[in-house]
Design a protein around this ligand. Structure first.
Ligand SMILES: CC(C)C[C@H](C(=O)NO)C(=O)N[C@@H](CC(N)=O)C(=O)NCc1cccc(N)c1
Ligand SMILES: [Ca+2]
Ligand SMILES: [Zn+2]
Ligand SMILES: [Zn+2]
Length: 160
């Protein structure tokens, strides 16, 4: 199983989005990480300039890996499974409109980040339509969100 050996995992935010304030992006990511550290013995530490396991950034179209983004809609973000270098990194498609609340127009950053970080931790897609790791986007409110059972079982199987 591909997973992080060390349960203390560092993360760094390299590129922000003009759609939200830096504070809103930091909060969305912190809440998304908390979903997972509440379900398994994991500790996330934010670093600013040092080496980090998980690097989060926003990018458009071709952006330095073999998975160029596709403009508005379609692919919203992608994440690499645990490992060295790009392993664990998360890229968000800057051509999407990133939101804090629930707006018809854009995509909720917390929700997408929570899903992507599942991949960064070693989870793949789930067939359970109610799960966070289900392939298609469903909005979840970060403030009162609890991880669905299928995802909790998944993360426990890796790090429990
Ligand atoms: C083949 C992959 C690169 C697709 C890509 C994905 O799954 N990234 O993790 C993705 O952006 N999928 C879209 C599919 C779509 N456009 O509905 C998505 O919403 N993924 C993020 C997401 C967010 C929240 C919940 C769930 N279940 C999925
Ligand atoms: Ca897109
Ligand atoms: Zn990428
Ligand atoms: Zn996914």
């Amino acid at each position: 199983q591909i997973k992080w050996k060390n349960h203390t995992i560092t993360y760094r935010i390299d590129q922000y989005t003009p759609d939200l304030t830096q504070e809103e992006v930091d909060t969305s990511f912190r809440l998304a990480l908390k979903i997972w550290s509440d379900a398994a013995p994991l500790k996330f530490i934010k670093v600013n300039h040092d080496k980090a396991d998980i690097i989060l950034s926003f990018a458009k179209k071709t952006h330095g890996d073999f998975f160029p983004f596709d403009g508005p809609k379609g692919v919203l973000a992608h994440a690499f499974a645990p490992g060295e270098d790009m392993g664990g990194d998360v890229h968000f498609d800057e051509d999407e409109i990133w939101t804090m609340g629930h707006s018809k127009l854009g995509y909720n950053l917390f929700t997408v980040a929570a899903h992507e970080l599942g991949h960064s931790l070693g989870l793949s897609h789930s067939k359970d339509p109610s799960s966070l790791m289900y392939p298609n986007y469903n909005y979840y409110n970060g403030a009162q969100y609890t991880l669905p059972r299928d995802d909790a079982l998944g993360i426990q199987a890796l790090y429990g």
